[in-house]
Design a protein around this ligand. Sequence first.
Ligand code: URA
Ligand code: SF4
Length: 272
Amino acid sequence: MLDLHQEYVQLLKLIRRYIEQETGVRILSPILARSVASAGGATSARGAASMAAHVREEIAPLSSGRKRQPLVAAVVKGEEPLDNLDIDTLEEIEESIQGCKRCHLAQYRKNIVFGIGNPEARLMIIGEAPGAQEDIKGQPFVGDAGQLLTKMLAAIHIERKDVYITNVVKCRPENNKNPNHDEIVACNAYLIAQIRVIKPKIILCLGNFAAKTLLKTENGISTLRGKFFDYQGIKLLPTYHPAALLYHPAWKKDAWIDLQLLQKELEGGRSC
Ligand code: URA
Ligand code: SF4
């Protein structure tokens, strides 16, 4: 049985989705929080109705004044390209991804794993897809591969909190399968939007999927690794995925060479 808190959160999500669909206006978290406070909580039908009324009041000026808002529901449903959204902050991208059903990975996920870290990071790290632990916690690289990634960064004196970490696809593929072409394409605009907002100096691509997706190449990671590429004015360094290093410890030697290259490139500026 759901506990009261879970029921409450689900109710909030339903109300948010209903009003968003009805008005085409995205309800940002602060609006929702103010509305919850004004209704004294939404654990009863009356509380929920009062909250919905408050949300309507708050978003009325938005729905009349801002043309891009009605797009949001259609974008999330996959009926409009995400590129049509005019997005300025990570928070806005994260809001726009809520409830995403643009690809069929939506049906297996527990949580969308959006990304974590410093929104002004000089180093952005892109993996493949969330695994079981990431799906449960809603955060990237928190399982075994994530622990190795943390150690790899520590070896070149970088702390996780200083970088921004995300994946090519934001939902866990069932049974940890590789993400397929359609899923990568469906999710790609979220990744591009994240890169556009963060504007990192360097992107570290972990494994085949991140490097191939951004560089639009069919070459594999063992060919691509160990050198910088240009990605729209950003230096992009492909290296082995930490999960691959757990299976092939002999590749750690090359991964270490890549990490040192990364360290050298970051040197001379402020820390990540
Ligand atoms: N592997 C990935 O590519 N990403 C994660 O978040 C975890 C494991
Ligand atoms: Fe949406 Fe990306 Fe999840 Fe597919 S993987 S449902 S595109 S967030």
